[in-house]
Design a protein around this ligand. Sequence first.
Ligand code: UTP
Length: 298
Amino acid sequence: MSNTTQRKPIRKAVFPVAGLGTRFLPATKVVPKELLPIVDRPLIQYAIDEAREAGIEQMIFVTGRGKTALVENFDIAYELESTMEARGKDLSVLDATRFIPGNLMTVRQQVPLGLGHAIWCARAIVGDEPFAILLPDELMVGHNADTGGCMKQMVEAYDEVGGNLISVLEVPREEVSSYGVIDPGATHGVMTVVNGLVEKPPMALAPSNKIISGRYILQPEVMRTLETQEKGAGGEIQLTDAMARMIGTQPFHAVTFNGRRFDCGSKTGFVEATLALALEREDMGAEIRAIAERLLAR
Ligand code: UTP
């Protein structure tokens, strides 16, 4: 039996969506940040589609108070659908929101104590198998149909090396203190051995300019590590700190994503994503370009 066939497949993805989204207030007072649309699809839809493209079918939302609309978004909307049908409207626009019954699961994070704590809240559903994590406010757009999206690239890397994987990308050094940063070891192709991890380091102490970019494949042991994880940067229980403690006991690789990433948790990143994706759309790209040119000429 080859190594690949011995590896447990990645069947489950965790979407932490219990954060407060304070950077987008007042827009996110009632509407979850993850439902803000880039053109006409909510952020969470892009993340779900990315997981599905990677062959993952079981989705776990870690939600909180005021976040129920996120789950309803993936339910059947009888009134809407029958009205649309009666008016002869195309229902296929809702296809991406459909789920095989039982494949969308939710757990509650009562208090948003940090990303690490959110992931730990999913431990009973994750069980004893490796799993993926996707942060929906990081929008990852694959280079083209051949490369596929970020999670597809990560699953391909996982099939090769197994263990734990995080997606990384390079940013200007002045920006590293806003992110989790890797201490890189040997690089082979798109994969880099991770020797260490540090969350939001001061620029001078950052071990590299390779930042963790919101996609992970982790072994279930991370749940036991998170159980004893103390608060870190920002007073939050950090996933990066728990992963850092696992290095040395488990293989860790970084995968350099072949594609673009938009930080939609920040306002400027959100606007950039909206413009970039609108410009590329067949149904509106030319019109948006003309509008942008007109605005810039003022
Ligand atoms: P962020 O830190 O970007 O989101 O977390 P936030 O806290 O909601 O945003 P701001 O900083 O107040 O504007 C990244 C992801 O992790 C989730 C968030 O919902 C987001 O998808 N998260 C964060 C949780 O689920 N629980 C937490 O305790 C923290």
